[in-house]
Design a binder for this molecule. Structure first.
Ligand SMILES: O=c1nc[nH]c2c1ncn2[C@H]1C[C@H](O)[C@@H](COP(=O)(O)OP(=O)(O)OP(=O)(O)O)O1
Ligand SMILES: [Mg+2]
Length: 194
């Protein structure tokens, strides 16, 4: 049985990662852009509130179940920043290149480069679903000043995994999904939907 699902995101990198995991599980995925759903507001200070807002927004405008992701990179020496503000860390308009530059500059004077990616997923069956399904995941690493790799998106060229000796932009999509905050969250979510 296939299930139609709206992905409440405009981020091409996320959409690809979701598709790689969900398509083999029998979900027919539609990016919200296919339905002309505009970007939702993300005003909240917690990932889960933003993800819930995005999921409801897409479901309300399409009449279909929706899955949203709110995620970011949390840097310990920066008190968890950019965290929930990761996408707009260097201001509007969103730019991965400027976000990465600012992150490297802000961290330059700190010896502790440890960081983690965090992802929360929210699935709603309809816009007023009283029981949203929620799952999260975390992936520890370190921020490196020198960019490495061309895969992934966002902060991946600067997010280094010591046990692999690689930045996450150097991983294949399969390798990244097997380990990432998003892959962990998505597998946990799928278990809850069974
Ligand atoms: O695996 C990842 N690899 C690299 N960077 C990542 C990853 N996961 C999240 N990130 C960064 C990108 C962005 O700076 C922020 C997410 O922001 P977030 O608002 O959730 O997504 P977004 O605005 O890009 O798309 P949308 O809200 O339409 O889903 O964290
Ligand atoms: Mg966003």
């Amino acid at each position: 049985m296939t299930q139609r699902l709206i992905l409440a995101s405009n981020n091409a990198g996320k959409l690809k990662e979701f598709g790689d995991i969900l398509a083999p599980l029998g979900f027919t995925l539609h990016a919200q852009g296919e339905f002309d759903v505009p970007e939702a507001e993300e005003p909240f200070a917690t990932f889960v509130e933003n993800a819930l807002e995005k999921a409801r927004h897409a479901s309300r405008l399409t009449g279909l179940p929706a899955l949203a992701d709110d995620s970011g990179v949390c840097v310990n020496a920066l008190g968890g920043a950019p965290g929930v503000w990761s996408a707009r860390f260097a201001g509007e308009p969103k730019s991965d290149a400027r976000n990465n530059q600012k992150l490297i500059a802000d961290l330059e004077a700190h010896a502790d480069k440890s960081a983690y990616y965090y992802c929360v997923l929210v699935y709603v069956r309809h816009a007023d679903d009283p029981q949203p399904v929620i799952a999260d995941g975390r992936w520890n690493g370190e921020i490196v000043a020198e960019a490495r790799g061309t895969g992934g998106f966002g902060y991946d060229p600067h997010f280094f995994i010591p046990s692999l000796g690689k930045c996450t932009a150097e991983l294949t999509p399969l390798e990244k999904n097997a380990l990432s905050h998003r892959g962990q969250a998505l597998r946990a979510l799928v278990e809850k939907l069974k």
